[in-house]
Write a protein of this length. Sequence first.
Lengths: 109, 388
Amino acid sequence: MKVLIPTPLRQYTGKQASVEVAARTVGEMLGKLTTQYPDLRKHLFGDDGKLRRFVNVYVNDEDIRYLENGNTPLRENDTVSIVPSVAGGRQWLVASWATFYPLTLFTIH
Amino acid sequence: MVVHHSPPATTLTNDEVLRYSRHLIMPEVGMVGQQKLKAARVLCIGAGGLGSPLALYLAAAGVGTLGLVDFDVVDLTNLQRQIIHSVNDIGRPKLDSAAERLGAINPFVNVRKFETRLSSANALEIFREFDIIADGTDNFPTRYLVNDACVLSGKPNVYASIFRFEGQASVFATAQGPCYRCLYPEPPPPGLVPSCAEGGVLGILPGLLGVIQATEVIKLILGSGEPLIGRLLLVDALGMRFRELRLRKNEDCPACGANPTIHQLIDYNQFCGIRGEEAPVTANVPEIQPAELKARLDHGDDVFILDVREPHEYQICNLGGHLIPLGDLPARMNELDSSHEIVAHCRSGVRSAKAVTLLRQAGFAKVKNLAGGILAWSDKVDPSLPKY
């Protein structure tokens, strides 16, 4: 099935807007996706291994929280969307290298 | 319907009848609808990218009372998308500029200016005088503040947000519908959101999304059509695709669920993990001032210039340095000679400060940060270099 990658996360998927992944459940799909693109993992999952609360995953138009979360079954023609929250306008910074370095917050005008 | 009007004292003058004639002759608006618009009181949070088209269309449509909250002044970089402001307004408060423009479009609109930063201390008081809130802000603390204040005061939150060439829109905090916290219970930690290298926004995008917000506001006022309640509209301007996702009210939502735990506004900076005055990232990083670097280069000293910006920024202006974007630096340190004297720079000196820290940790002893980046170079050494 097709996984739609939102703009802010495309830097971790080789700039691809969508990725084809074969999987039977949402959990398996996310596992395969983050194996293929390891830098995505930190952005999708917290240290507790759970999906982060500012990242939502939809199968077609339905939120997996109202389906069966990671156990939600997937069929071949399903489209999975990853939809993170976005504040808009001036962004809080930092950074693509958040994955390997401790962070300090600052703003840009 | 979700809108709580003050009792309408809203007969239209003959001038207004003529002005709104294209509304009045369509049954979906008509005289009754136009009177509802005139009686309506809409608060726009932010007079920037989203707020510009939003306020312009609401004023043109005849919304009787239009509140604006903003504390910023107009600058040149705003004009690429904030179409309510003009060149002559640069340096003026955005509120003054916006109010003047709105008055020029429709003098029948009562524009109310709130020149302040929306906060937990003032939000409920400001919201009290309005029926609908339209959130056109640009940061997570204000997003959650607007949402909670809307839930607490029972007023719909017409929402849009933008990033580069994608946007999201919805209507939150109606009596039956979900709120922003139902969608996103928590904000991202500050470190996980995009950097200036990946930021930016296509100028027309806030236009698209701001007009969608205006449309939703007007539908709520008229009580017609299908509002974006319980739906998240995703707009991809590059693909020109509009998709929608189903949103549900979360019974466990701390703001609008069955047993809410948020009974008053909280400290939203703290909630979003923002800890006030943080030590600047450039602190404790060895620096070189632009004038000193210029003198060293003029003297013929062998200084290696490392540019850690993105390739598209290099095309705007550069110092002829070797380009390795900050994100690529760990993998590309082998391109650098640790025995060499290196000066790293970026746009303003923040990314390059991190580059210097990284390089020093990797054993590069002779690396310094160009203080203030290419912006300071333009200010202090070479004014012909464009700033961005």
